[in-house]
Each structure stands twice: as structure tokens, then as C-alpha cells.
Ligand binder design. Structure first.
Ligand SMILES: [Zn+2]
Length: 345
């Protein structure tokens, strides 16, 4: 992998170049992509009072998860889910994202409890319509909450396996690991079943947990990618292991600063991890709530660490390679990226 340790060989990329750069997004939650207008009209219809500006209320992981719960609980029609899915795909396309894996945690959507089939069918309809209109293709990663039980997790996996929809690509797990305590042993069975049925695995770890959470993610849950994972930096043996096995970290810089995982972008370990040979992609986590998109994320880290276009392009390559798109889609996107990098700008 090409590191420019001797200083930036290529210019720091501008927004136009970052928008045009072919890339994938692999760490983004549908719950964090609800258009504010849609949430307020759902609240009006339900006669519910929203607690002020939802975005302003987000300052740590707990407040973020609470905010997601409040907004998603208002969504109870298929038409809204279709709108949310369509809007997500269009937003990704507007950011120059050519493929996205989106995390969807059914526990955040109480109106759909016991109606998972209808829930996913509506999202699928929205994504299909968006893709037909030329927007970004999307794979769904159904997600377990860290505070759920082993049997709830297995139940979700059994549903995924039975559903047989090509839209479902991976099993995910997210939530607050600090609050849940060491929970990966509880979910090893569910992840083992997902792997045996041919599903990919991505795991939130090393955000609200330290290196031990990342070790569990790879040892117990068979994680192919780690969502965040940045606190692995506290354990050199783990950093070396991630680099050796080529397990990518799906990093979200603004999210980490906003939720207080790092004190500032300058203190973000992404540069140290990259320099240590860990594969890294740049993502948004909850773009509507955090008011960001991938070009903005890439621009801020590139500026902070003086990364040239070569470093950022390597991360775009990682995002495509680490995505759960089909081998055929990945090959086409890698070719598109190569052609983009070779074309005179
Ligand atoms: Zn996340």
C-alpha cells in the first residue's frame, strides 16, 4: 500500500475532486438519515412533541441513540419507509458514492415489531426505485443492538436467512458497548449462524469499547470489517493483527469528535493507524444528524493530516474493496476508480 510518509506528493484534494472520486460508503445508519421534514410531519400526524432541534441534542453516544429512537418511533407507514430509503440512496449519489452498505437496526423501529417482512419490503421498494432512477445501489446490513438478548439475535439471523432477499448482505451489531458490558460472547452463536449461511459480518467495536472489544469482534464474531475500531490504537499487538489480516476499519471522523470519542480531529488516530498499515475507509455514520457527507469527511481529515489525493484515493479503494457489494460490482467500481485516477484533471 502506498504511504506518502515523505510528505504529501500529491495536492490536498478539493471538494470537486472528492465528489467525483468513485467510492463506497460502508458505515452509515439508516436511522441517522431521516430527513428532518419527514420526522416533523410524522410527529405532527402522531400529535407528538419533538424535543427541540434533534441535531442540537446529540453530544454523546447515549444522546445520539435516544435521538434515533425518538425519530424512528414516529415512522409507521410503508410510504415513509419508501421515502427514507429513496432519500438515502439519492443522498449517497449526491456525495459521489457508487455503492453503500447501510446498517438498519430493527430495534429502533418499534412500529414494525413483528412485521419485519413488511419493513424490509418497503425499504427494498424505495432502494429499487432509487436505483432505477440512477441513484446509488444499497445493501442492507440488519443490526443487533448490544443490549439485546442472545435469543433475539438468533431470531433476527433466522429471519435474515429465511428471507433470502439479495438486499440483505450482512449481519451487523451496534449500540453502546460501554453500557452493555462485554456482550460479544452472547452474540457469537448468532454471528456463527450468519457466517454459516453465507452472510457477511460487520461489527461496531473500539468506539465505546477499548481494544478488548475489537479483539472480541474478530475472535468471537468473525468480523470482516470493524465499524469505528479506532481504540485499537491502545494495543500495538491488535494494530499489527488488523494490518496483517487486512481487516478494514470503517472510520467516521466527525462522529468520533461530536460524540467525544476523540477530543479533536488532530487527536484522531486515523493517521497513526494508516501509517501502521491498517486499511481504513472514511464514512459518515449518521450524516443527516451530524450534518456531514463523505466529501466533507474526507476533506477535513485530508486537511488535518496533509493527505494528498493519493492517500485519499487509497481509502476510496479500501471502501470499495471492503464493501459487501458483489464481486462483479466491486470489480467495475475498482476499474472506474482507476480510470478516474488516470484521467487528466
Ligand atoms: Zn455507527
Amino acid at each position: 500500500m502506498g504511504h506518502s510518509d515523505q510528505g504529501a506528493q500529491t495536492p490536498i484534494p478539493d471538494r470537486g475532486w472528492l465528489l467525483a472520486l468513485p467510492k463506497a460508503e460502508v458505515h452509515v445508519h439508516l436511522e441517522g438519515c431521516l430527513a428532518p421534514e419527514l420526522v416533523s410531519s410524522a410527529a405532527r400526524r402522531a400529535g407528538a412533541e419533538l424535543p427541540g432541534d434533534l441535531e442540537q441534542g446529540v453530544h454523546d453516544l447515549d444522546s445520539l441513540l435516544r435521538t434515533l429512537d425518538i425519530s424512528c418511533a414516529l415512522i409507521d407507514t410503508e410510504a415513509e419507509l419508501i421515502d427514507i430509503a429513496y432519500g438515502f440512496s439519492r443522498h449517497e449519489a449526491d456525495s459521489g458514492v457508487r455503492y453503500a452498505d447501510v446498517i438498519v437496526n430493527p430495534a429502533h423501529w418499534p412500529a414494525w415489531r413483528g412485521r419485519l417482512d413488511s419493513f424490509v419490503a418497503a425499504l427494498d421498494a424505495g432502494f429499487t426505485a432509487a436505483e432505477t432512477d440512477g441513484f446509488t445501489p444499497v445493501g442492507i446490513c440488519p443490526s443487533i443492538g448490544r443490549d439485546q438478548s442472545a435469543s433475539e439475535a438468533v431470531e433476527l439471523v433466522e429471519w435474515i436467512v429465511a428471507d433470502q432477499s439479495e438486499r440483505l448482505v450482512a449481519l451487523s451489531i451496534d449500540g453502546n458497548e460501554e453500557a452493555a458490558g462485554r456482550s460479544s460472547p452472547r452474540f457469537a452463536d448468532a454471528f456463527g449462524r450468519a457466517a454459516a449461511a453465507g452472510f457477511h459480518r460487520c461489527v461496531h467495536a473500539g468506539e465505546s469499547s477499548g481494544p478488548e472489544g475489537v479483539w472480541d469482534a474478530i475472535d468471537l464474531l468473525g468480523a470482516e470489517r470493524i465499524d469505528h475500531g479506532i481504540r485499537c490504537v491502545d494495543d500495538p499487538a491488535l494494530v499489527a493483527e488488523l494490518a496483517r489480516r487486512g481487516i478494514a476499519l470503517d472510520v467516521c471522523p466527525t462522529s468520533n469528535v461530536r460524540l467525544g470519542v476523540v477530543s479533536s480531529l488532530h487527536d484522531h488516530p486515523v493517521e497513526q493507524l494508516r501509517a501502521a498499515g491498517v486499511r481504513v475507509s472514511i464514512n459518515t455514520d449518521d450524516p443527516f444528524l451530524l450534518g456531514t457527507d463523505i466529501p466533507a469527511e474526507m476533506a477535513s481529515v485530508a486537511t488535518t493530516f496533509s493527505w494528498g489525493t493519493d492517500v485519499v484515493a487509497e481509502m476510496a479503494r479500501t471502501s470499495i474493496d471492503a464493501s459487501f457489494a458483489s464481486a462483479e460490482v466491486k470489480r467495475a467500481l475498482q476499474n472506474e476508480l482507476s480510470a478516474f485516477l488516470e484521467s487528466p484533471s
